[in-house]
Design a protein. Structure first.
Length: 237
């Protein structure tokens, strides 16, 4: 066997291992986990009433159900590279569709946008040269450009934690975009919907939440829960 064939063989082997791990996990779920929660799955078979919509990064290290200890049916999750929410009207894509469905059809009362530490998308926003080979990612991350400008104009480039600040500013920017969606704006105005901006730290498990009144992120668990929701202006219909 020549070297090239050997390499192809070892790639195939590790790809097979990865899939095998997933299949074995599914079998364990079916045989051990599912029987213990059968009542829950029976209840969920024909309806969902999630507690919240959760918009986060596609990063494999962020597991919304794990970090909020939620069950199936609890969270309506939408994930994408950089936990981005395109402003309304710019892109009738998956994120906008999920938001409209969650608010109008499911009537969720909370939307959480959750960024995270060590985010590859945020690193790419800081170093756009890396994106030359990935034109789709580059185009998508234009929706995070606003955060980069806010940081560049206000924080100075010598700051050692630019990535951390950019990650927070990106969450603030995506909250702003979220409010441009008519379904969201209408229910915020009548106090039926609450929006939240979080940043999750992979290494420590800490979550910081955006406090709109203070204009700052504060740890969840230190004092009252930080709120990102603007004040309601109408009584609900
Ligand atoms: Zn990320």
């Amino acid at each position: 066997m020549d070297k090239q064939q050997q390499q192809i063989g070892s790639v195939a082997e590790s790809a097979e291992d990865a899939l095998q791990h997933i299949i074995e996990g599914f079998q364990r779920f079916r045989q051990e986990v599912f029987p213990q929660q059968q009542a829950l799955f029976k209840k969920l078979a024909h309806e969902q009433t999630p507690r919240a919509m959760f918009i986060t990064c596609a990063d494999s290290r962020i597991v919304p159900e794990l970090i909020t200890q939620s069950d199936p049916g609890d969270l309506f999750v939408t994930r994408n590279v950089g936990n981005v929410v395109p402003p309304y009207g710019q892109m009738m894509g998956g994120v906008s569709t999920a938001i409209e469905y969650a608010v109008m059809a499911l009537g969720v009362h909370h939307i959480i946008i959750c960024g995270h530490s060590d985010c590859g998308a945020m690193k790419a926003v800081l170093n756009p040269d890396e994106l030359e080979r990935m034109p789709t990612v580059k185009a998508w991350l234009r929706h995070a450009e606003v955060a980069k400008t806010v940081v560049a104009e206000n924080c100075g480039c010598a700051n050692h934690n630019t990535l951390g600040i950019l990650t927070e500013e990106n969450v603030v920017a995506q909250l702003d975009h979220l409010r441009t969606h008519p379904s969201v704006a209408a229910r915020l105005a009548s106090g039926q919907l609450f929006i939240h901006g979080w940043v999750y730290d992979i290494e420590t498990s800490e979550i910081k939440a955006y406090d709109a009144e203070e204009g700052a992120f504060r740890r969840i668990g230190d004092g009252p829960l930080p709120m990102a929701t603007p004040r309601a202006r109408y009584l609900p219909n």
